[in-house]
Ligand binder design. Structure first.
Ligand code: F6R
Length: 614
């Protein structure tokens, strides 16, 4: 996850920026850089691929002088982790410096336009369009702050952007769009700082404020102003953060779970980093352990996992089978390991375990290994047991998840599985160019889709008030969204202690429909796909029996409003992508109900983050 630190004050900035970068290392990165603005000579940029130590060795004792600067740790998305692609980036005349976190989805079109105007680019990154856009606006007479706002309105996607210009000495401006990581504003004595996360600020100040999505901030050593992207001023009061590093890591969120839900857009960027070429519409998986010949020989795929990871496996089953045309099945590890299954060396076993320590999954993997299966594991923790058993590991790169109930690890497991399915399909020649293009394009929209789902939390608070005192819930879905119904029910059970069941909507008439009455709210997952009409009928059947329906539907679908008491909209996307954005309403619904009921959200009773016993 990219990290940003910026400083303006009366101390020398360079050492302070380097210290700040060391506090952001935990986020993961592949290159680093700082830019300090010399009062006479303007911005000086020092950057390098590799770890922070490489940059420290390059700089030695020759730190650039100046009391204002920006630093960055980069996790490559567009363009390899090279020196040139590292941030900060500059405009043509090195007057403006910019550090960026996010993906500029429409960068090709903007770059093309700027190049035609004569702008010269020095990197392969999407981020570099930003300093050139700012340069263009400043040349037209706009201030740095106005130029930042204008630039924010040109780019698509979710972003955190920080910039400074030699033409406005002492000033740093930042904006945030969507949820590509936060910007925390640190208030010091005769100095101000900006950082992606609190640990980078704690040595200097405990007084902070948080930049919201769609807001800009402008700081000098003794002034801070906040505004919306249209320039409307925003009032903001700073607050004090705790000294305890874990609470500090929680930032201004009341629980880790909601923080982690909010981290999903950025986490997904990390999951996709260097695995998807957004320009060539194909996947690259350096960690994939099998040759193309072996891939062509697989005749069965078995996915295994437990709990939320099993639900990811069930979605993966549809992705892998439909894209690769290999017969595929998803299994609960604790059942599979005792089933005496048919496995041989042409079987590909894919295990999903964010902890990599789940006893049943690890045992099932060992059993499969003894029977000669080829194995890939999806995991969030380096060095975990599962990674030592599998032939290859695909890290889901969700970052540390503290909340016991999985949220971002689910979304990142799903994203990783979809990339894996596309990769195998490409190797087997079962994916048309057009379909690959469609899927990759929609994957590139994913961080933004997830971000947009986080912008209307008020509706979940209203729902929690209306539905938080019911004792039972049904979650219904069809096809690829059935596992999401299971996941929605699981989330509600584990953090709010309400009994909930997930069902295939088609199964209702075979028994469960007898449960439906006015005391049984029904969450119906009804995105636009091939099964839409069937799901619509099922929803009607439930409503006709007095069930209160909460529909989760694709944006633009007003039909469902005629039946459902409440509709939560998710961005319309390709049917195969739907389950990923669909996860977010499930999480927020369960979270707000648990808040309403006063439950222990981050550590629900009886549950553990990794289940290391059978
Ligand atoms: C539910 C949850 C659990 C885990 C399950 C498997 O929110 O977190 O159901 O998904 O215990 O854990 P891993 O993925 O570590 O194998």
């Amino acid at each position: 996850m990219c990290g940003i630190i910026a400083y303006t004050g009366d101390r020398q900035a360079a050492q302070l920026l380097l210290d700040g970068l060391s506090k952001l290392e935990y986020r993961g990165y592949d290159s680093t850089g700082i830019s300090v603005i010399d009062p006479k000579d303007g911005p000086k940029v020092h950057k390098s691929s590799g770890k922070l130590q490489v940059l420290l060795d390059i700089l030695g004792n020759n730190l650039p002088s100046g009391t204002i600067g920006i630093g960055h740790t980069r996790w490559a998305t567009h363009g390899k982790p090279t020196d040139f692609n590292a941030h900060p980036h500059t405009d043509c005349s090195t007057d403006v410096v910019v550090a960026h976190n996010g993906i500029v989805e429409n960068y090709l079109e903007i770059k093309d336009e700027l190049q035609r105007e004569g702008h010269k680019f020095a990197s392969e990154t999407d981020s570099e369009v930003l300093p050139h856009l700012i340069e263009r606006f400043m040349a037209q007479g706009y201030t740095l702050e106005e130029s930042m706002r204008n630039s924010a309105q040109r780019i698509r996607g979710a972003h955190a952007v920080v910039a400074a210009s030699r033409h406005e000495p002492g000033k740093i401006v930042a904006f945030r769009l969507g949820n590509a990581g936060g910007i925390v504003v640190g208030y010091g004595k005769n100095e101000m700082l900006l950082a992606s996360d609190i640990p980078a600020l704690l040595n200097h100040t405990k007084t902070v404020a948080y930049l919201g999505a769609g807001e800009t901030v402008s700081i000098t050593n003794n002034q801070v102003t906040y505004s919306l992207l249209d320039g409307t001023p925003v009032g903001k009061k700073p607050s004090q953060v705790s000294y305890d590093p874990l609470s500090a890591a929680k930032g201004n969120y009341p629980h880790f779970m909601i923080k982690e839900i909010h981290e999903q857009p950025e986490a997904v960027v990390n999951t996709l980093r260097e695995r998807i070429s957004f320009d060539e519409f194909r996947t690259t998986l350096d960690e994939f352990p099998f040759s193309d010949k072996e891939v062509r020989e697989f005749n069965r795929v078995v996915l295994i996992g437990m709990g939320t990871s099993l639900h990811a496996a069930m979605v993966g089953q549809t992705w892998i089978e439909s894209l690769t045309r290999i017969p595929t099945e998803a299994n609960n590890s604790s059942e599979y390991r005792y089933r005496n299954p048919i496995i041989d060396k042409r079987t590909l076993v894919i295990s999903i375990a964010q902890s990599g320590e789940t006893a049943d999954t690890v045992s099932a993997m060992e059993m499969a290994k003894n029977l000669g299966a080829r194995q890939i594991t999806l995991c969030n923790i380096e060095g975990a047991q599962s990674t030592r058993i599998a032939d290859g590991t695909m890290f889901i790169r969700a970052g540390l998840e503290v909340g016991v109930a999985s949220s971002k690890t689910f979304v990142c497991s799903l994203t990783t599985l979809l990339v894996l399915a596309i990769y195998i399909a490409e190797r087997r020649g079962t994916l048309s160019e057009n379909h690959a293009r469609e899927l990759v394009t929609e994957l590139s929209r994913l961080p933004n889709m997830l971000g947009s789902l986080l912008s209307n939390e008020q509706q979940y608070q209203t729902l929690a008030r209306d539905y938080g005192n019911y004792s039972n819930f049904l979650f219904l879905g069809r096809g690829i969204n059935h596992p999401l119904a299971l996941e929605g029910a699981l989330k509600l059970k584990e953090i709010s202690y309400i009994h909930a069941e997930g069902y295939q909507a088609g199964e209702m008439k075979h028994g469960p429909i007898s449960l439906i009455d006015k005391n049984m709210p029904i969450v119906a997952l009804i995105p636009q796909d091939d099964l839409y009409e069937k799901m619509f009928n099922n929803m009607n059947e439930a409503a006709a029996r007095g069930g209160k329906v909460i529909a989760i539907a694709s944006e633009g679908d007003s039909e469902v409003e005629g039946i459902a008491e409440h509709v939560i909209y998710v961005p319309a996307t390709s049917p195969l992508i739907n389950p990923i954005p669909m996860a977010v309403p499930m999480q927020l619904f369960a979270y707000e109900i648990a808040v309403h009921r006063g439950c222990e959200i981050d550590q629900p009773r009886n549950l553990a983050k990794s289940v290391t016993v059978e």
